[in-house]
Design a protein around this ligand. Structure first.
Ligand SMILES: *[C@@H]1O[C@H](CO)[C@@H](O)[C@H](O)[C@H]1NC(C)=O
Ligand SMILES: *[C@@H]1O[C@H](CO)[C@@H](O)[C@H](O)[C@H]1NC(C)=O
Length: 311
């Protein structure tokens, strides 16, 4: 009786299969998700406590059941529609804002003073149905001869359009003088869009309303664009780049706030996850990083292993 190659092959096949399921089952147990619904999650965003940058955790969360990413501020919860990681912009919608399809009473939108993001200079707000006599956006002149507006007069074409051509808004039949367009950046971070205080009943928010776009409402994007920075120098942390390249998710220790790389399998390191694949390649010489990461290779291995053995 000699050594039987077929029994060796089948046992190593089962070993590989075990390893595959070991990794596959542990990938899903990674504490920090790399997507939330359709939205990819990368640093500095995270899907929950211990994930991403600690400054963002209070404001941005992924609902584990609904798989929706939301922004929370003192004025409410807002669905995040997309994130442009290259431009460092988060796009949110506000279900209480008015659009051409529907007008809604709203309380407004505000960012917390200590939030790690600010309005992107692309964001334009339009206050609708403001009280001309009482709204502080139209402040009385000190000599009492009229009121001066804080609104952007050059963009009043947005008001004209909304009040005349926009079906839902034109239906309420308002005076264009009750409309106020402004760029939140111009009025400063302390300017709070509290519609009760501003004596306006509703608002619309747009982004990407670049020069020449005002007469093309079909291209307007309803929503709010928020800009974020990584840190004072706005540098992407090098250690996080390595972590994400090795299929990890950047996170932090909830007690110390120090950097943690959350690897597939739920293992945490202070650098990256490459050691996982390196230790695997010591176990099995033909095992390379890519083979662990691309299950397609396992189909190839499986096919080779399951070929009828020649004796
Ligand atoms: C790994 O880090 C994540 C995110 O910080 C945390 O939720 C998890 O509990 C940590 N796991 C271990 C085993 O420490
Ligand atoms: C009131 O003040 C405004 C701006 O300061 C000025 O333009 C206007 O002429 C003043 N009106 C009178 C009557 O002084």
């Amino acid at each position: 009786m000699s050594f039987k190659p077929s029994s060796f092959s089948s046992s190593s096949f089962f070993f590989l299969l075990f390893l595959f399921f070991f990794f596959a089952s542990h990938v899903s147990s990674q504490a920090c998700q790399k997507t939330c619904g359709q939205i990819p999650i990368k640093y500095p965003l995270g899907t929950g406590s211990g994930c991403g940058d600690p400054r963002f955790t209070r404001y941005i969360k992924c609902d584990p059941d609904q798989q929706t990413l939301t922004l929370t501020t003192h004025t409410g919860c807002y669905p995040i529609t997309s994130v442009d990681y290259a431009k460092q912009v988060i796009y949110v919608t506000d279900p209480s804002m008015s659009t051409c399809a529907c007008t809604r009473p709203s309380r407004g939108f505000g960012l917390d003073w200590d939030a790690p993001f600010s309005f992107h200079d692309d964001t334009v707000f339009t206050l609708l149905d403001c009280s001309v006599d009482e709204s502080p956006v139209f402040t009385p002149l000190s000599n009492g001869t009229g009121r001066v507006s804080l609104c952007d007069r050059q963009s009043s074409s947005i008001c004209t359009f909304l009040y005349s051509n926009c079906r839902a808004i034109s239906l309420i039949n308002l005076q264009v003088s009750t409309c106020c367009v402004y760029v939140p950046l111009d009025l400063g971070p302390s300017f709070e869009m509290d519609l009760r205080k501003l004596r306006c009943s509703s608002y619309s928010g747009f982004y990407n309303l670049g020069p020449g776009q005002e007469p093309h409402p079909e291209n307007w994007n309803y929503g709010i664009a928020l800009k974020y920075k990584f840190n004072v120098f706005d540098e992407y942390p090098v250690v996080c780049g390595g972590c994400e390249r090795s299929n990890g998710a950047c996170g932090y220790n909830t007690q110390t706030s120090s950097f943690v790389c959350n690897c597939p399998g739920g293992i945490n390191t202070t650098s990256d996850c490459f050691f996982l694949y390196n230790s695997a390649s010591i176990l099995l010489p033909w095992f390379s990083r890519e083979w662990v990461m691309y299950p397609l290779s396992w189909v190839v291995i499986w096919t080779v292993m399951s070929l009828p053995q020649r004796s």
